[in-house]
Ligand binder design. Structure first.
Ligand code: HGY
Ligand code: MN
Ligand code: MN
Length: 414
């Protein structure tokens, strides 16, 4: 029997169509969680769900679900999906590819008269990126019971807005309680966002685990003073202290023999004037490692360094925890299904660890979960240059199609 295949032009057309939604005045893709531009993306996705004849459900944290009840109504659903919120000046594939491929898989199966033994649901989780409201993967974290929905809705964003107010304002404060459907299984298709698959010429990644994530906000308080008249020895320079934090983190990560990564993605000075020694610096620290003990070591090393730095530079330093997720192992059975599906299609497949955070790491708390990766050109992501070749996008969606239909009927060997 010839292999089913998704409708490539419908999927590719929707990826580029959604990629055009929510661009700012400079043409950058910026669909931050619960913003007006994200609402445009949400509305477009919901219109496609309705076109596909799916039941649309929205929960209290704004997670959107397209539900195909089919024959197995009442059974735990197979859930597929990702997110459609983006970072600032994003590429068009991160998250959106997995959501749209999930919808495409359902539409393909429906159109071919496939009778699933259980409902199949496509999900778009709220605030996966965490750029406007921390932590990231918030919608799936709440859905899986890792964060109380009321607390999440009270989150104050980097712009001073409150998430719950924004979701209500854009019309996505839904009635369903997060977790209202416990998935039978969850499979997330995503671009790799790293260099491995392309470098090794492998078409499919069977993601078996995901590294730990630690987000902190560091505030350094010194004294504003005159840039011209203040001797170096008399300075309490918050800006210089912040620079020492950045170089400390890079030097440690570079010297490490493990895959530890450290990033300072945001930094701000006060009063931020060319001739005033900064009185305050605020910066964010993103630490990641696949090994929990190593991640703890890195957090402890940073804390010890900040103590020394405060004394050395005569500044005050405070730290606020923004997110902390331990490494996650995915379901080996689903990983084997992904490998079997790749093998059956003659595609090379490699087991991998995910460097990026994903909704799958949260849904793994309530259901067997795993991920499928496809190659990213140059390993680039969170950047408008993010790109995956059409053939790879279609191949990944067909692997998702095979895994889902296998899970829905038990066809695929584990
Ligand atoms: O931070 C991450 O890894 C994801 O893009 N939210
Ligand atoms: Mn993503
Ligand atoms: Mn991302």
């Amino acid at each position: 029997m010839s292999k089913r295949s998704i409708d490539a032009s419908r999927l590719l057309g929707r990826i580029s169509e959604l990629g055009a939604v929510g661009r700012d005045s400079e043409g950058r893709l910026v669909r931050l969680a619960a913003s007006d531009s994200e609402k445009l993306g949400r509305d477009r996705f919901v219109s496609w769900l309705a076109e596909a004849g799916l039941e649309v459900a929205v929960d209290q944290i704004g997670n959107i679900f397209g539900i195909w009840n089919g024959a197995g109504a009442g059974e735990k659903p197979i859930m597929i999906g990702s997110h459609i919120d983006t970072v600032i000046n994003a590429g068009i594939y991160d998250g959106c590819y997995g959501v749209l491929a999930g919808l495409e898989v359902i539409q393909t199966l429906k159109s071919q008269g496939f009778e699933p033994s259980r409902p199949i649901v496509v999900a778009a989780f709220t605030n996966e990126e965490g750029v406007r409201y921390a932590p990231d993967m918030m919608g799936s974290l709440v859905y899986s019971g890792g964060l109380d929905v009321a607390a999440a809705l009270e989150t104050v964003g980097t712009d001073g807005t409150v998430l719950g107010d924004e979701l209500a304002r854009i019309g996505y404060s839904g009635p369903h309680a997060p977790g209202f459907m416990t998935p039978h299984t969850y499979v997330e298709l995503h671009i790799e966002q790293g260099p491995v698959l392309e470098r090794e010429g492998v078409a499919v990644g069977a993601v078996q685990d995901l590294q730990g994530i630690s987000w902190q906000k560091v505030t350094i308080d010194g004294d504003a003073n005159h840039a011209g008249t203040t001797p170096i020895s008399m300075r309490r320079d918050a800006g210089y202290a912040a620079a020492r934090v950045i170089t400390f983190l890079r030097d440690r990560a570079k010297a490490s023999s493990t895959p530890t990564v450290a990033t300072v993605g945001c930094i701000a000075f006060e009063p931020n004037a060319i001739n005033v020694i900064p009185s305050r610096a605020t910066l964010t620290v993103d630490l990641r490692d696949p090994d929990e003990d190593r991640l703890r070591e890195e957090e402890a090393a940073l804390a010890a360094f900040l103590e020394l730095l405060a004394a050395d530079e005569k500044v005050g330093i405070s730290v606020e925890r923004l997110a902390r997720f331990e490494p996650v192992k995915f379901d080996q059975g689903i990983v084997r299904l992904i490998e079997a599906a790749a093998r059956d299609r003659g595609l090379a497949c490699k087991r991998m660890t995910s460097g990026a955070g994903h909704d799958a790491q949260m849904i793994a708390r309530i259901a067997p979960s795993a991920m499928i990766f496809v190659p990213s050109r140059g390993g680039i992501s969170h950047n408008p240059k993010e790109f995956t070749a059409e053939a790879d996008l279609v191949a990944g969606a067909n692997i998702l199609l095979d895994v889902v239909s296998g899970l829905a009927t038990g066809e695929l060997r584990k």
